[in-house]
Design a protein around this ligand. Structure first.
Ligand SMILES: Nc1nc2c(c(=O)[nH]1)N[C@H]1C(S)=C(S)[C@@H](COP(=O)(O)OP(=O)(O)OC[C@H]3O[C@@H](n4cnc5c(=O)[nH]c(N)nc54)[C@H](O)[C@@H]3O)O[C@H]1N2
Ligand SMILES: Nc1nc2c(c(=O)[nH]1)N[C@H]1C(S)=C(S)[C@@H](COP(=O)(O)OP(=O)(O)OC[C@H]3O[C@@H](n4cnc5c(=O)[nH]c(N)nc54)[C@H](O)[C@@H]3O)O[C@H]1N2
Ligand code: SF4
Ligand SMILES: [Mo]
Length: 755
């Protein structure tokens, strides 16, 4: 099947939005020019797109101190000059009328303008007061995969090193935590072994729980190009909802939500039954485990007996033949297979296990650590890897994949930070749901939120918004009001993308530098400055006496040396167009594939492949049973609700609703209903309906046969809308995965009522 450029553009919904914005589309399809003609540009400044984890390199065109155009960086290996609609329209987010220009303090329920000193003194006083009265664990921090690495590093050092609390978590908990737990449990180390360059080498794509056509459009465009280049390339899409991504699928597995684990185990069953496994690889490079217990291959095989395609057909709603066909494609000898997944697997109470089971398929077939063969978890935010997973800015982590519970790790970090290791807490801090629950329970006295909007994006909002109101809430934001800043006691104006310098690390281990191109408006300042000014006022000024971002980075880089996550020097990042770590020789090459010679500098030629994250160098194939989601449909709440995103918008839309072309194209969110269900309920496209759960409700327009089509019994809502009556997180559930602590945004039970 050939998929034309025209169809591709249609599938991305870029054509309409871009046409109305006056941008021009070149023949390359996604290669577009910014809103202004190039003659108006005085200089082009190198950066990275502000939005998704794809990490497209950009060049920002500056004229008279403003960013007037953005184009794809032709020298960035990720996108080679291409950008999607959000990237191209970035200049429009900069001068929006709701940019916050000066600090605000809430007095008697009203925000009033304050000076920086007044605001920062108040923040520091509240921190001091709470710490003195209730101890360091009465304060907390909630950060973001959209922070720069420097920002996250400084926050981590301030809270974990100086204040002495591990209550520092962030939105990657809602996003990547299950991927982290999956990589760490299977391979002993976080982050993918492959890179995007595997796309051009793969013959079979297994895309599960990812709508990359809308969420990672440039990666998707590379898969479209690969498919067009070779008629033998096969694409399998596994998603309970038919999405734009499925437009290029040879096989679409539209199973019952939450049944992935059964499907993945059944694929393993078929691989073994049909002798599609690589026995040599399995013997040399893997162990089998059930929980903490080592098991034999025979015991693993016995575990899989419950997952014959016939049995799993019943669980998943698929046909047994479909499962066999997909397993055969996945395991085909001599073919390269790449799996890609995102939130459909991660945002689940069995998210970690679902990740393990994808890794299993690659380990059983030996389709791993070779070009085109890789289990690749797509990262959502532009620097969830670079700033959170690598910097260790979650409540259980320390820099360079260290953990707070390990005394040696604390000691190593304390030494570089210049703090007393005895002051660092050995106990993991509150993870996201615990953090907001502690606020609701009155245990958390002060919470600082930077570069994220939890007042809209965390689940079960009714409860947690009340918590945010109760606690002393400090919000560093570029825009105001947002659904979080409206609940704040102090709002600090932040410099936005390219109004400050910083490092982002994308989903393929690529570290990239964003240069400062323009001054921030009004009194807005970089978040790193907010943090260091408060650190000074708390008496830690001597530990934060950095001259510039480069000094912060070089201190952090010390913590990566010798960890096999060695990061490159700042000076090099400024000049080059991204490097994929490890880069152990500061002037040497970057790393295409980890754990494998000849690419990984830590694996000897004679070793071939070595999973060095594990003491015995072997990865784990886990026996993990299928289990139902937390909340299953019943007679009162008969539908599965799932939630996610659409191409045009970014999360809570503080940025994308400021782009007139996008706002016009997508002004309001909706609920997708399967056509047969809608007919039964007497609902027509465009009718308003209520989506009601045990926790709350929304009133939304019904969308039938739109760009996403859920299977019968399932409805789907984008979480972008800021109007209270359409904010779907009043409806979602706050159940979370035991291991990763990631919430189950993808599944809860609802009923649909006519409204
Ligand atoms: N345009 C745009 N792009 C973005 C973002 C954005 O806001 N806007 N955000 C970025 C971020 S932070 C993230 S995390 C990524 C997310 O990227 P994705 O995960 O690709 O996007 P989602 O729409 O959240 O969910 C993906 C799919 O999961 C499916 N799904 C639901 N339930 C199940 C299930 O039980 N099993 C399986 N297998 N699939 C299921 C949904 O039907 C949906 O199509 O996108 C990134 N890119
Ligand atoms: N129902 C449902 N809910 C979800 C999800 C889902 O699939 N379904 N997905 C979850 C996932 S994967 C994610 S990643 C989260 C994302 O959720 P959030 O992180 O809460 O959403 P964003 O809109 O990205 O918030 C970023 C905020 O930072 C501000 N900002 C932008 N640049 C800067 C800056 O340089 N400095 C500062 N200080 N502020 C800045 C923006 O204006 C915006 O308010 O949502 C989660 N919530
Ligand atoms: S694919 Fe992602 S990183 Fe690339 S331009 Fe679009 S939003 Fe930006
Ligand atoms: Mo995310």
């Amino acid at each position: 099947m050939k998929f034309s450029r025209r169809e591709f553009l249609k599938s991305l919904a870029v054509a309409t939005a871009v046409a109305s914005s006056g941008c021009s589309l070149e023949s390359g399809g996604t290669r577009m020019q910014g809103p202004t003609s190039q003659q108006d540009v005085e200089k082009w400044v190198k950066g990275v797109c502000r939005y998704c984890g794809t990490g497209c390199g950009v060049l920002a065109g500056v004229n008279k101190g403003k960013i007037v155009a953005v184009k794809g960086d032709p020298d960035c290996a990720v996108n080679k000059g291409k950008l999607c609609v959000k990237g191209i329209l970035l200049p429009k987010i900069m001068d929006a009328k709701d940019r916050l220009l000066h600090p605000l303090i809430k007095k008697n329920g009203q925000f009033v303008r304050a000076s920086w000193d007044e605001a920062l003194d108040l923040v520091a006083a509240k921190f001091k007061e709470a710490i003195a009265q209730y101890g360091p664990d009465s304060v907390g921090y909630y950060g973001s995969g959209q922070n720069t690495a420097e920002e996250a590093y400084i926050a981590n050092k301030l809270f974990k090193g100086c204040i002495g609390t591990n209550n520092i978590d962030g939105n990657p908990r809602t996003c990547m935590a299950s991927a982290v737990a999956g990589y760490v449990s299977t391979f002993g180390k976080d982050e993918p072994m492959g890179t995007y360059a595997d796309i051009e080498k793969a013959d079979v794509f297994f895309i599960i729980g990812s709508n990359m056509a809308e969420a990672h459009p440039i990666i998707y465009s590379r898969i479209v190009d690969r498919k067009n280049s070779d008629p033998n390339v096969k694409v399998i899409v596994a998603d309970p909802r038919r999405t734009r991504t499925a437009d290029i699928a040879d096989i679409l597995l539209q199973f019952i939500p939450g049944t992935d684990l059964a499907l993945l185990n059944s694929m393993a069953y078929v691989l073994i039954e049909e002798d599609l496994i690589d026995k040599d690889f399995v013997a040399k490079h893997t162990n089998f485990m059930q929980g903490e217990k080592k098991i034999t291959f025979e015991e693993y095989k016995a575990f899989l007996a419950d997952y014959s395609p016939e049995k799993v057909a019943e669980i998943t709603g698929l046909a047994a033949d479909q499962i066999r066909t997909v397993a055969r494609l996945f395991g085909a000898k001599g073919k390269n297979t790449m799996s890609l997944w995102t939130m459909g697997l991660n945002q689940r109470i069995r998210g970690t296990w679902a990740n393990n089971l994808v890794h299993n398929l690659h380990l059983l077939t030996g389709k791993i650590c070779k070009p085109g063969n890789t289990p690749f978890s797509l990262t959502g935010q532009p620097s969830a890897c670079g700033s959170i997973r690598e910097v260790g800015a979650l409540s259980h982590l320390l820099p360079a994949h260290r953990v707070v519970t390990n005394p040696q790790h604390r000691e190593e970090v304390a030494k570089v930070w210049g703090v007393d290791p005895a002051k660092m807490s050995p106990k993991p801090g509150y993870h996201t749901i615990e953090l907001f629950r502690a606020a609701a329970d009155g245990k958390l006295k002060v919470l600082w939120v930077i570069c994220t909007n939890p007042g809209q994006s965390i689940p079960n909002l009714e409860l947690y918004r009340k918590g945010m109101e109760k606690t002393f809430l400090v919000v560093s934001e570029a825009y105001h009001p947002t659904r979080t800043s409206e609940l704040a006691d102090v709002v600090l104006p932040s410099a936005l993308w390219m109004e400050k310098e910083g490092i982002y690390g994308n989903g393929e281990r690529r570290t990239q530098h964003i240069a400062k191109a323009v001054e921030p408006p009004g009194e807005a300042k970089p978040d790193v400055w907010h943090l260091m000014e408060v650190a000074k006022r708390l008496g830690f000024g001597n530990l934060f006496a950095y001259k510039d971002n480069e000094e912060i980075w070089e201190e952090y880089r010390k913590l990566t040396i010798g960890t096999k996550m060695d990061l490159p020097p700042y000076a090099r990042l400024r000049k080059e167009h991204g490097l994929t770590w490890p880069v152990p020789d500061p002037n040497g090459p970057d790393t295409y594939i980890r754990y494998a010679a000849p690419w990984d500098p830590f694996v000897k030629k004679e070793e071939g492949i070595k999973f060095y994250g594990k003491p015995d160098g072997r990865a784990v194939i886990f026996a993990r049973p299928h289990a139902n989601p937390q909340e299953m449909p019943d007679s009162e709440y008969p539908f599965f609700l799932s939630t996610g995103r659409i191409l045009e918008h970014w999360h809570t839309t503080t940025m994308t609703m400021n782009v007139p072309e996008i706002k016009r194209a997508m002004p309001e969110m909706y609920v997708e209903i399967n056509a047969a269900d809608a007919e039964k309920l007497g609902i027509k496209d465009g009718d308003y309906v209520k989506v009601v759960s045990r926790r709350g409700q929304c009133r939304l327009k019904a969308k039938i046969n739109g760009r996403g089509q859920p299977r019968p019994g399932m409805v789907w809502v984008p979480f972008h809308d800021t109007e209270i009556s359409r904010m779907i997180n009043f409806v979602t559930i706050d159940a979370f995965d035991d291991t990763s602590k990631q919430p189950e945004y993808k599944i809860c039970a609802v009923r649909i009522e006519k409204a």
